[in-house]
Design a protein around this ligand. Structure first.
Ligand code: SF4
Ligand code: SF4
Length: 453
């Protein structure tokens, strides 16, 4: 764990200051050690499990139950995490009854949330319908959710989703959708069905458009403007909104290249601090979480992985009762560390072994990364070059949130980080050496006034 020295400036008066930030204790202090933020609600927190191949994790009755219907999809999006995952044998409506009948033996207290996952879940509507109805009557208070590409919606499915109380995320990258794949908004019938569902569910905040950021769809402000224009709703919720992870060549192709890092961070920081990305869930939740980590002195030891699938009470299963690393893999697939993603069976949750994942504390760079409290270690099962690229994306995605959070708390914008991090990560916005522009080196575009050194 590491302390970092941040060089920052005050955009109001140009004064520079040095701050100390500790990613293990979440303390933010002046150079002389005085706390810069009043601590609130410092509560004892349990340590997160440090899962790994050598120290696997069992599962328990779920609070979050993710049901994988299968990985079939009517689209083939460019950077889908599931694109090259080997498929298990398809399940079908005939598997529903046995699955539902078996629930009592392992779901011993009602889950808070049940998520229905594909592929494209509505490809499986004949299975999903009886399954969700049985789950709804068994767990009447559970929040049901589904993420769909929206192309298979129609009046009848919309009506059913509404009556069942579903929250719906529609995967769409806004202005970047042509980069991702087919666009249901270009099809008049599909567009009408999507807009009809939005009109039904938006008043209850049960629908969002879920967009991913990538090098060709880098502006969250543009994404936000797209969906405001589409819906006429200035508060349109935009789910997800993080930079893509690199699960394959497609993900690598859409990752940031070395010469693009500073431009992306400048853009993202500007959009965050000016509220142009305020509807984007990843920005609002991560900024709030980071600010609160400092206010509540959240210890890094309490941090699990970003997706939460390293919790004993978060579980992904298929309809045969196979327990999976997460909803994005299948019982037939293998993790990069050589272990099967099929990690056990619901008939014996105590014997489940999540041994496909690596907690951030066991990665080489995460414990000494200043972005740890925001990033939480990227995808827990990636390894090798795909993890390296995802880590690079995650760092550039987190650092504008880091800067915006510290400016919110102190009025000071950090622009340089010293400490045990990689040299190429120290210069946040690309002007560590250039706070005062010179004649031979013109100032880069920066959203706030560049101040005198
Ligand atoms: S940016 Fe990379 S090193 Fe830092 S916490 Fe995330 S995955 Fe770990
Ligand atoms: S382990 Fe988590 S981050 Fe990785 S693919 Fe699964 S849900 Fe996503």
């Amino acid at each position: 764990m590491t302390k970092f020295i941040l060089t920052a400036f005050n955009p109001a008066n140009g004064q520079r200051a040095r701050l100390h930030y500790d990613n293990a204790t979440s303390e933010l202090t002046s150079e002389s050690g005085e706390s810069l933020v009043q601590a609130v609600e410092v509560v004892a927190r349990a340590n997160a499990p440090a899962v790994s191949k050598q120290t696997p994790l069992a599962k328990s009755s779920p609070r979050v139950l993710k049901i994988s219907l299968g990985l079939s999809c009517n689209y083939a999006c460019e950077y889908c995490s599931q694109r090259f995952v080997p498929r298990a044998d398809e399940t079908n409506p005939g598997d529903v009854q046995a699955f539902v009948d078996g629930l009592d033996s392992w779901v011993t207290s009602p889950p808070e949330k049940v998520e229905f996952w594909g592929g494209e879940p509505l490809v499986y509507i004949k299975t999903m319908r009886p399954l969700a109805e049985a789950i709804r009557s068994k767990f009447p208070n559970a929040e049901l959710s589904v993420i769909t590409n929206g192309s298979l919606l129609n009046d009848e499915i919309n009506d059913w989703l509404d009556r069942m109380g579903f929250s719906v995320g529609i995967s769409h990258d806004g202005p970047g959708q042509p980069v991702r794949g087919p666009d249901p908004l270009q099809d008049p019938e599909q567009r009408a069905a999507i807009m009809a569902l939005y009109a039904r569910l938006a008043p209850q905040r049960r629908i969002s458009f879920n967009a991913m950021v990538n090098r060709e769809n880098a502006s969250r402000a543009a994404i936000q403007r797209f969906f405001i224009e589409l819906t006429g709703d200035p508060a349109v919720p935009i789910g997800e909104g993080s930079f893509v992870d690199a699960y394959d060549e497609g993900g690598i192709a859409h990752s940031l290249r070395p010469g693009e890092l500073h431009a992306y961070r400048n853009l993202a920081f500007h959009e965050i601090r000016t509220g142009q990305a305020a509807n984007v869930q990843a920005v609002s939740s991560k900024t709030a979480s980071f600010v609160n980590s400092i206010r509540s002195r959240r210890p890094a030891s309490s941090l699990g992985q970003k997706c939460g699938m390293d919790k004993t009470e978060s579980i992904a299963v298929d309809l045969r009762g196979n327990v999976l690393t997460c909803q994005n893999v299948s019982a037939a697939s293998t993790a990069p560390n050589g272990q099967p993603h099929h990690i056990g069976h619901v008939s014996d949750l105590a014997a489940v072994k999540l041994n496909t994942a690596t907690h951030w504390s066991k990665r080489e760079n995460c414990p000494s990364c200043p972005m740890l409290q925001i990033c939480q270690g990227s995808c827990m099962f990636l390894e090798g070059p795909l993890w390296d690229r995802s880590c690079d994306n995650a760092f550039s995605d987190a650092v504008p949130i880091f800067a915006a959070g510290i400016e919110f708390l102190t009025g000071l914008v950090p622009f340089h980080i010293e400490g045990e991090l990689r040299d190429d990560r120290k210069d946040i916005f690309g002007f560590s050496e250039q706070v005062k522009p010179s004649r031979d080196r013109p100032p880069r575009v920066f959203p706030i006034p560049v101040v005198a050194a």
